[in-house]
Design a protein around this ligand. Structure first.
Ligand code: HEM
Ligand code: HEM
Length: 248
């Protein structure tokens, strides 16, 4: 069998990934778009992103409060508003994650990619390596994927899902401390503070988690926009319309 050119290899990979006939891909037929992210995923993504931005901003000010405001204490409620926004966004994040987990069960198979990593599949790790090399500018072309690319999937599992679980558990533990005995937050998460040692330890780890989240967001937004420009498929518009289009 004659050796395949780079382009033919890419067409074959795309055919494998999409299930569309390779001949059709070759002649540019049929590839209009593939529906990947269903509406609940997209709505959740943008609500979740907004909640996390609010949590990082208000969390930062909880850790480093703005300078004292002059006037009667009873006339100012700035920290109260900041904390209220933080807790409200915290509930949006937590309830949103529960809804997202439900959609992983009810939705299409791409909806499960955020929660399950095929750790025992050699081919998966090979593809992760390809994408890491692409991000490091070591190879001229990335592969094409219908859902998340394998490196993005890993980053989202560790940098988003596990980290968000950690933030929710530590956040509600701190909330439970304020709400005290008898509150559901204390009843459910009362074990967390003793596990870490004392309240300040949980504050410190929760605070550190914010900076890890900031790192995730910077890398995530950079990667999404970079893929849109340099990659071989649509990205940002896919999280808006739900449809993935391929450049070849
Ligand atoms: C706080 C900010 C953000 C967080 C925490 C976040 C988190 C996530 C998560 C968890 C996913 C996986 C979605 C799923 O499988 O259900 C995702 C996907 C995605 N996000 Fe974000 N996101 C944020 C902001 C943004 C922004 C500002 C953009 C656009 C510039 C963006 C573009 C995308 C794209 C394009 C995908 C799909 C990637 C793919 O198809 O492989 N995100 N995001
Ligand atoms: C991405 C998610 C989150 C981020 C980035 C975040 C960030 C922060 C930060 C930086 C602090 C200040 C810690 C310190 O230095 O003492 C804080 C405090 C706190 N957070 Fe979060 N948080 C998140 C999620 C949550 C959630 C889900 C809850 C649950 C309601 C929550 C509840 C709290 C509470 C109760 C405090 C302490 C408030 C106080 O001492 O006045 N957080 N958060």
């Amino acid at each position: 069998m004659p050796a395949l050119s780079q382009q033919e290899l890419a067409q074959r990979r795309l055919a494998d990934a999409t299930g569309i006939d390779q001949d059709a891909i070759k002649h540019g037929k049929n590839i209009k778009s593939i529906y990947v992210y269903e509406a609940p995923i997209r709505v959740w993504h943008w609500i979740n992103a907004t909640a996390i931005v609010v949590l990082c901003l208000t969390g930062y000010f909880i850790g480093s409060p703005p300078p004292t405001i002059s006037g009667e204490a009873s006339a100012n409620y700035l920290m109260g508003y900041i904390r209220f926004a933080h807790f409200s966004a915290g509930y949006v994040l937590a309830v949103g994650l529960l809804g997202r987990i439900y959609w992983a069960i009810a939705g299409n198979h791409h909806a499960r990619e955020l929660f399950v990593i095929p750790v025992f599949q050699k081919a998966y790790w090979r593809e992760v390596l390809v994408m890491v090399r692409w991000y490091l500018f070591l190879i001229p072309q990335p592969n094409q994927y219908v859902g998340h690319n394998p490196a993005a999937r890993l980053a989202m599992f560790v940098g988003y899902f596990l980290l968000t679980l950690f933030m929710i558990v530590t956040g509600f533990a701190l909330y439970g401390e304020g709400a005290q005995m008898g509150s559901w937050q204390e009843w459910m998460f009362g074990w967390v503070i003793p596990l870490f040692g004392q309240s300040q330890d949980v504050h410190t780890w929760h605070h550190l988690g914010m900076w890890l989240m900031v790192i995730f967001i910077v890398m995530h937004v950079y990667a999404a926009i970079r893929e849109d420009i340099m990659g071989r498929q649509s990205m940002v518009s896919t999280m808006i319309s739900g449809r993935r289009t391929f450049k070849e």
